[in-house]
Design a protein around this ligand. Structure first.
Ligand SMILES: Cc1ncc(COP(=O)(O)O)c(C=O)c1O
Length: 371
């Protein structure tokens, strides 16, 4: 018998997409993170960071968890808070969907919607700065700090990456995932470069995000992108990066629901499109593993709402041949991501990153838990 919902985090399946992926090319395997109890991959770093904070005495019974998140990480923390009895405060923004706000509140979290944009036109910096301020003001508060805390990528190094390599018995030609805090891509790339260095590592970002350099502009893909390169990501572990447009991401996610019966959000649509592109270049028997970070229900009012799609002036239908052609036309944004590094150590001070994060990161650099 399972004693707590939290024990069901992880061990998600790898799923093929036979209606879109042809037999005469490489095989796409989707790592389907919707099967986590909070509905996304973020359950993994959330439980890992909370358990570590409990172990270190930073989070005690009666404590409050405060985090900046436009969606999935906040929902995971809200679920964990409900299961363990912590108060949870989430700093969201106007891009947070009403479905996500409802889920956060359903798990009992208090939600503050930050409306002030930062200098890049997104809300990341204003959300983080306010979360850090509140964490100082509220007694017995703990800030998991997904954006700067390197335990985020360590969670994936220790669970997600090992699961993937074990499930494929080491037979993987390429690995693809989307980037925001860099937790997934950072942790998994680091693991692959250590234990399976031949795996090609590909990061997927939103066109308009500047994680891999470029000019900042607004974009609509939720959960992806940042206006700097996150500390959780070692660009030297990344072989190439793609930037995907809103329309490409949304159309691809809709196509995988329609033609494969697989619900996924727009960030995963973007990744699966890149995975198809890579598979088209691989031989039968070679595999590309692609993270599907969450499911589609979270985007019922956007991705799966015909009126919203029309308002965005996105097309509404795409058959598998159109999706395959769209994939074929993709070109890498960067073949040497280290050249595009946009790390911002100054943010540690200007956003007032918590002491708990700084001490973890210093410890991790010293013990070199992962490279
Ligand atoms: C749906 C979705 N995809 C991708 C990502 C990117 O993951 P990471 O923050 O580990 O880089 C996120 C992060 O919030 C997300 O919610």
């Amino acid at each position: 018998m399972i004693q707590s919902i939290l024990e069901t985090i992880g061990n998600t399946p790898l799923i093929t997409i036979p209606n879109t992926n042809k037999a005469n090319e490489g095989q796409v395997l989707l790592k389907y993170e919707r099967f986590n109890p909070g509905g996304s991959i973020k359950d993994r770093p959330a439980i890992y960071i909370i358990q570590e904070a409990e172990r270190r005495g930073w989070l005690k019974p009666g404590g409050t968890i405060i985090e900046s998140s436009s969606g999935n990480f906040g929902i995971s923390l809200a679920m964990i808070g409900a299961a363990k009895g912590y108060r949870v405060i989430i700093l969201a923004d106007p891009k947070t969907t009403s479905a996500n706000l409802a889920l956060l509140k359903g798990f009992g979290a208090e939600v503050i919607v930050v409306t002030e944009q930062d200098d890049s036109g997104s809300y990341h910096k204003t959300r983080i700065a306010l979360a850090n301020k509140l964490a100082k003001e509220i007694e017995y508060a703990y800030r998991p700090d997904q954006c700067f805390n390197m335990l985020n990528s360590e969670a994936h190094f220790k669970s997600t990456a090992r699961e993937i390599l074990d499930a494929c018995s080491g037979n993987i030609a390429a690995f693809i995932t989307a980037v925001s805090t860099g937790g997934q891509l950072g942790g998994i790339s680091s693991y692959m470069k250590t234990y399976a260095p031949d795996v090609r590592i590909i990061g997927v970002d939103a066109a308009g995000s500047t994680i891999f350099g470029g000019q900042a502009k607004p974009y609509r893909i939720p959960g992806i992108g940042l206006s700097w390169t996150p500390v959780n990501l070692h660009l030297s572990d990344i072989d190439s990066a793609y930037q995907i447009t809103d329309q490409q991401a949304f159309l691809a996610a809709r196509a995988f629901a329609r033609h494969e019966g697989i619900l996924m959000g727009p960030s995963s649509g973007a990744c699966a499109l890149v995975a198809l592109k890579i598979a088209q270049e691989l031989a039968p028997g070679e595999r590309v593993v692609c993270m599907v970070s969450d499911g589609g229900e979270r985007y019922i009012q956007t991705l799966f709402n015909e009126e919203w799609m029309t308002e965005q002036e996105f097309a509404t239908v795409s058959d598998t041949e159109e999706i395959r052609a769209m994939a074929r036309q993709l070109q890498p944004w960067s073949l040497c991501p280290t050249d595009e590094a946009n790390y911002r150590p100054d943010l540690i001070q200007s956003l007032d990153v918590p002491e708990t994060t700084l001490s973890i990161n210093a410890e991790m650099s010293n013990r070199a838990v992962h490279r």
